[in-house]
Design a protein around this ligand. Structure first.
Ligand SMILES: [Zn+2]
Length: 226
């Protein structure tokens, strides 16, 4: 799963707007940020098998980032970082922890069995990746539903619609690019591409909430339009 993970970020932002969107966006992929880094370091292992349907990734060794205990530790770390380093309200920090953990649940839905229940234990995965068209529909659908919720919330707060619409369109575009240009290359290349994509989305999320972009009807520029 790729952009589908961001549905959790958008839902969390609609529930608790006091945390910046970029924090929820990084939280949704925090486990994969760890994964990409450890894959580049050669600690976790992946190979590309073009014969696999849907995602061609064979994620045969990722105990540190994608086992259930691993996911719980990453979630706890995310919540603590949000609270202690970013000084976010407790409710927002807890939601950030929940968004980090949502990554594991959504991966559980799409991955072929590669998520360890405990390190060295049985591997779980419901394998929606084996059905590429429904899988893509689920990812885009999740973003659409959570995105509509988020945009509705922004409208009630008097914020502009277009930056949010552009962000959502960017997510869909990224998903299409990822679908048309499947992963390849060596682990270092794959990890770097993954980190770059996540950074771009986080930057987009930061941009959406810049005061100059986001202030909506309160901005003099907006007022002069009327
Ligand atoms: Zn993942």
């Amino acid at each position: 799963m790729f952009v589908g993970h961001y549905s959790a970020s958008l839902a969390a932002k609609a529930i608790e707007p006091r945390a910046p969107l970029w924090t929820y966006v990084i939280a949704a992929q925090l486990m994969d940020v760890g994964w990409a880094s450890l894959v580049m370091a050669g600690v976790e292992k992946v190979r590309v098998d073009p014969s696999l349907p849907g995602s061609s990734l064979d994620l045969y060794h990722m105990p540190w980032t994608h086992s259930l205990p691993g996911a719980l530790v990453w979630s706890l770390a995310g919540a603590l970082l949000a609270r202690v380093v970013l000084k976010l309200p407790i409710r927002a920090a807890l939601l950030i922890g929940a968004v980090v953990f949502s990554h594991w649940l959504l991966d559980l839905l799409v991955h072929r069995p590669d998520l360890e229940l405990w390190v060295g234990g049985p591997k779980l995965g419901l394998g929606l990746w084996n059905f590429p068209v429904p899988e893509q529909a689920v990812e885009i659908g999740l973003v659409a539903v959570a995105g509509a919720w988020w945009v509705g919330q922004r409208v009630r707060q008097g914020r502009r619609i277009w930056p949010a619409a552009l962000f959502l369109a960017g997510l869909v575009a990224l998903q299409i690019v990822a679908m048309l240009a499947p992963p390849g290359g060596d682990p270092v290349q794959m990890g770097a591409t993954t980190l770059f994509a996540y950074l771009v989305v986080a930057f987009g999320a930061w941009l959406v909430e810049r005061r100059s972009v986001d202030a909506g009807e309160r901005l003099p520029a907006a007022a002069s339009r009327a």
